[in-house]
Design a protein around this ligand. Structure first.
Ligand code: C2O
Ligand code: CU
Length: 497
C-alpha cells in the first residue's frame, strides 16, 4: 500500500470502522479470530477518560498547512509549511491538558498530522488509512486529545515524503511538578534540507534512489548533490545541500540568547529525513537530562548523537561570550550551525565556524550511559512474551522492509491490552535505522534502561525494547528515515480483542 495516501476504497473501510489493514490480514497474526481494536472501539474512549484529570487545562490552537516561499539566506524556495514559518509554530502546554488543534489543509495534496512522542488516543494519531482518512485539500480536521506525559515532542505530517519539506514544529509539554533545574528553555530543531534547491524535491530524490545509482551528477536538478549513493556512508542515503538549525542555514545562523552562567535547557529535536546529527557546543560540556522527553539520571557529555525523530534535552551553563552550536551530519559533509550568545556579549563578533568542533570527538553520549529516573522508569517486570523482527533491505533496488516485507504486505504484531511485550529488533542491513513506535514509550534493556519512542538500531545489531500494552488501537512501528518509510520499512503494533 502506498503511504502517500492515494485514496480509494479504504476511505470507505475506515469510515465504517473496519480497519482496512485488519481486513486484509485477519488470520495472519495470532491465528485465531482476533478482532483488531480500531479508533472507534470503546476501549479507546475509555482509555482517554482515564487520562482526564480534574482541573486540567484545555488549549485551542488554529493551525494551517500551506505552500510557503521559504527564504534561506536570500535563496527563496517553494515548500510547504505550518503557519507560514519553518519550523512551524511551537505548541506549549502542560501535562494533563487537553489539546484541540483546529487544522486546515491549504496544500494541494492530502495530509495528516502525527504527534510524535505522545501516547495519545489512537484515533488522533494521524496515520492515513490506519487511524484516519487523509485530510483532503481545502478540508479541515480537528485533533483533540489529552496530552499525558511531559517532555520534548514534535509534530509532522505522515503522508508520503512531506516530512522532507518544511512541515514540522515542536510540541513542548511542561511538567507542573518538575523540579526546575534550569532558568530558561529553548528548542533547537535540526533539519536536512533539499526541497527547492536547484530543482531538487523529495519526490525526485526518492525516484533517483529507487532507480538505483540514479543520484548521478548529470541528472537535471541534482547538481547540488555531491557524492553518489554508493559513496554515501551507512548513516544516510542522501547528500543534502543544506542543514538547518531552527530553520536557518549556516550562512545566516540563528542565535540563542542566554543569561551568562544561567542554566539553559536546550530541547534538541532531529526533524531531518535522512541525517543523524552529532551536536556539540564550542567550549562547553552538556548535561544530558532527557531522552525522547523522559528524564534520565543526568550524564555529562561533550556531544550527543540524534537519529531522525529522536529528542535529547541538555542543560548548558554558558560562559560569557558567543559560542557555536554545531550539528554535524554523521557520515556526510555539512553541518547545521547556530550560536549561543550571553546577553552581556552583544558586541562580541561570532567566531568563524569551520564545521567539526573538538567537542564532537570527546565524550559522546550513548544510550548505554542512561538510566531512567526512578519516577520515569517503566516496570521491570518480566515480559509475558518476546517477538523478534528483522530490519531488511538495501540500496540495490532501494526496497526497505521488515522481515523482508514492505508495509501493506506486513505481518502486524498482535498484542492484547495489559500484556507486557519484549520486542527485539534485529538489523540485518548494513545501514543504521531509527525505529519509532507510535502511541507508546519503551524501556531499553538494563536496569532502569532509558525510556524512549525512537531508537537507533546499528547495522548487524539487535536492540530489545520492553513495552506495556496500555494504549489500545493500531500503531505504526517504522523507520524514521522518510525515504525508508516511503519504501515500506514499517509494520504495525495491533491491539486485538
Ligand atoms: Cu515521527 Cu510515524 O512518526
Ligand atoms: Cu531505515
Amino acid at each position: 500500500m502506498p503511504l502517500d495516501g492515494r485514496w480509494g476504497r479504504r476511505d470507505f473501510l475506515v469510515a465504517t470502522g473496519i480497519g482496512a489493514l485488519g481486513v486484509g490480514l485477519a488470520g495472519c497474526g495470532t491465528g485465531d479470530a482476533a478482532r483488531p481494536v480500531t479508533g472507534a472501539d470503546a476501549s479507546v474512549a475509555a482509555r482517554e477518560e482515564r487520562r482526564r484529570k480534574t482541573g486540567a487545562g484545555h488549549k485551542v490552537i488554529d493551525l494551517v498547512a500551506g505552500p510557503y516561499a521559504f527564504d534561506l539566506a536570500g535563496r527563496v524556495v517553494e515548500t510547504f509549511a505550518y503557519g507560514a514559518t519553518v519550523p512551524g509554530p511551537e505548541i506549549r502546554l502542560r501535562a494533563g491538558d487537553e489539546l484541540e488543534v483546529r487544522f486546515r489543509n491549504d496544500l494541494k495534496t492530502a495530509t495528516t498530522i502525527h504527534w510524535h512522542g505522545l501516547a495519545i488516543r489512537n484515533d488522533m494519531d494521524g496515520v492515513p488509512t490506519m487511524t484516519q482518512a487523509p485530510i483532503k485539500p481545502g478540508d479541515a480536521f480537528t485533533y483533540r486529545f489529552i496530552v499525558p506525559d511531559p517532555g520534548t515532542h514534535w509534530f509532522h505530517p505522515h503522508m508520503g515524503l512531506d516530512l522532507d519539506r518544511g512541515l514540522y514544529a515542536a510540541l513542548i509539554v511542561e511538567d507542573p511538578a518538575e523540579p526546575s533545574d534550569y532558568d530558561e528553555d529553548t528548542v533547537v530543531m535540526l533539519d536536512d534540507w533539499l526541497d527547492g534547491i536547484d530543482g531538487a524535491s523529495p519526490e525526485r530524490t526518492f525516484s533517483a534512489l529507487r532507480s538505483g545509482g540514479g543520484m548521478s551528477h548529470d541528472m537535471a536538478g541534482m547538481s547540488s548533490m555531491s557524492g553518489s549513493m554508493s559513496s554515501m556512508s551507512d548513516q544516510g542515503d542522501v547528500d543534502y545541500p543544506l542543514h538547518l538549525l531552527n530553520g536557518r542555514p549556516p550562512s545566516d545562523p540563528s542565535t540563542i540568547r542566554v543569561a551568562p552562567r544561567g542554566r539553559t535547557r536546550l530541547r534538541i529535536v532531529n526533524a531531518g529525513s535522512d541525517t543523524l546529527y552529532r551536536v556539540a557546543i564550542g567550549g562547553h560540556s552538556l548535561t544530558v537530562t532527557h531522552l525522547d522527553g523522559f528524564p534520565i539520571e543526568p550524564v555529562i557529555a561533550d556531544a550527543v548523537v540524534l537519529g531522525m525523530g529522536e529528542r535529547v534535552d541538555v542543560v548548558v551553563q554558558a560562559s560569557s561570550g558567543v559560542w557555536p552550536i554545531v550539528a554535524v551530519a554523521e557520515g556526510k559533509n555539512g553541518a547545521a550551525v547556530g550560536f549561543v550568545r550571553t546577553t552581556d556579549s552583544d558586541a562580541t563578533p561570532p567566531p568563524s565556524v569551520g564545521g567539526r568542533l573538538a567537542e564532537h570527538d570527546k565524550r559522546v553520549f550513548s544510550n548505554a550511559d542512561a538510566r531512567a529516573t526512578e519516577a520515569a522508569a517503566l516496570s521491570r517486570a518480566k515480559p509475558d512474551r518476546q517477538v523478534t523482527r528483522a530490519l531488511t533491505g538495501g540500496m540495490a533496488d532501494y526496497t526497505w522492509g521488515i522481515d523482508g516485507r514492505t508495509f501493506g504486505d506486513h505481518r502486524p504484531i498482535d498484542i492484547r491490552e495489559g500484556e507486557r511485550l519484549r520486542l527485539v529488533l534485529r538489523n540485518d542491513t548494513t545501514m543504521v535505522h531509527p525505529m519509532h513506535l507510535h502511541g507508546h514509550t519503551f524501556g531499553l534493556s538494563g536496569d532502569r534502561g532509558a525510556r524512549k519512542d525512537t531508537v537507533l538500531i546499528p547495522p548487524s545489531k539487535s536492540v530489545s525494547l520492553d513495552l506495556n500494552a496500555d494504549n489500545p488501537g493500531q500503531w505504526m512501528l517504522h523507520c524514521h528515515n522518510t525515504y525508508h518509510l516511503e519504501a515500506g520499512m514499517a509494520t504495525e503494533l495491533r491491539y486485538v480483542n
